[in-house]
Design a binder for this molecule. Structure first.
Ligand code: ADP
Ligand code: MG
Length: 247
């Protein structure tokens, strides 16, 4: 079953064609990687999925619902969550509060701090948040200020903030960018372990990560999908090698 369908998406910035007739189908329950050289249009494409950008033409359909024109929080509410390239967390709140807030934000639409402070019974949300922190390996840091987490742990926290929303589709933009090899391997392990039933779209530069995680790979080059297939097919594809070496 297709959970995300992208048809004929075009996007230009002034004279620059960032996306060119992009078609993509993401199967439910899979990890779908989008790879391509720098500037290929990967982040632009992801931004079209989450309401940060509106394509010039084309459709983006999630579970039969068009995502185009929805506000980011509405896209969130239909079951799509996103991990950003740089963590977006509340640095002066505790790790646990960050996850709880994320859970409320999903329930109430846009997050309002005064609404959150007015909530009396937080126990159910707290239990859920604690269990997700356990899953991502941050249980012992739950009382720490988010700002004081290491870089790798901030990314874990952001993942926890997404998981607590119980999304159907999780979008990850370069989840291992800037990480050491050890942190990268921990992240691969984490992504294999958590949210097994969540469909994941992973934008990734690191081929080690891509080939460890992906069930299916789409290759973008200069705004166009130039190849798609299972990891073994992609590995030996001369067009892909050319795009990387020549790009
Ligand atoms: P990737 O994520 O694959 O590295 P991007 O999607 O970030 O690539 O960028 C694709 C192209 O579009 C690049 O040439 C980039 O400079 C350009 N671009 C991206 N966002 C904007 C923007 N907001 N305004 C103008 N040009 C942009
Ligand atoms: Mg990018």
């Amino acid at each position: 079953m297709t959970i995300l369908e992208v048809r004929n998406v075009n996007k230009s910035f002034g004279g620059l064609k960032a996306l060119h007739n992009v078609d993509l189908e993401v199967e439910a329950g899979t990890v779908h990687a989008i790879i391509g050289p720098n500037g290929a249009g990967k982040s632009t494409l992801l931004n079209c999925f989450v309401g940060r950008l509106l394509p010039d033409t084309g459709t983006v359909t999630f579970n039969g619902t068009s995502l185009l024109g929805l506000k980011p929080h509405q896209i969130n509410q239909v079951g799509v969550a996103r991990v950003f390239q740089t963590p977006e967390i509340f640095g002066d709140l505790s790790v646990l509060d960050n996850v709880m807030i994320s859970s409320f934000a999903k329930r109430d639409g846009a997050f309002r701090i005064n609404a959150w402070e007015a909530v009396e019974d937080r126990s159910e949300v707290r239990d859920k948040a604690n269990s997700v922190l356990e899953d991502v390996g941050l249980a012992d840091s739950r009382k720490m200020l988010a700002d004081n987490l290491s870089r790798g742990d901030k990314r874990r926290l952001e993942l926890a903030m997404c998981l607590v929303e119980e999304p159907k589709l999780l979008l990850l933009d370069e989840p291992t960018a800037g990480m050491s090899r050890a942190d990268t391997n921990n992240t691969i392990d984490l992504l294999q372990r958590v949210g097994r039933d969540i469909t994941k779209v992973v934008i990734e530069h690191d081929m080690h990560v891509v080939f460890s995680l992906a069930d299916y790979i789409s290759v973008l080059a200069q705004g166009a999908v130039i190849a798609g297939g299972q990891p073994d097919e992609i590995k030996g594809n001369p067009r892909v090698q050319e795009a990387y070496l020549g790009g």
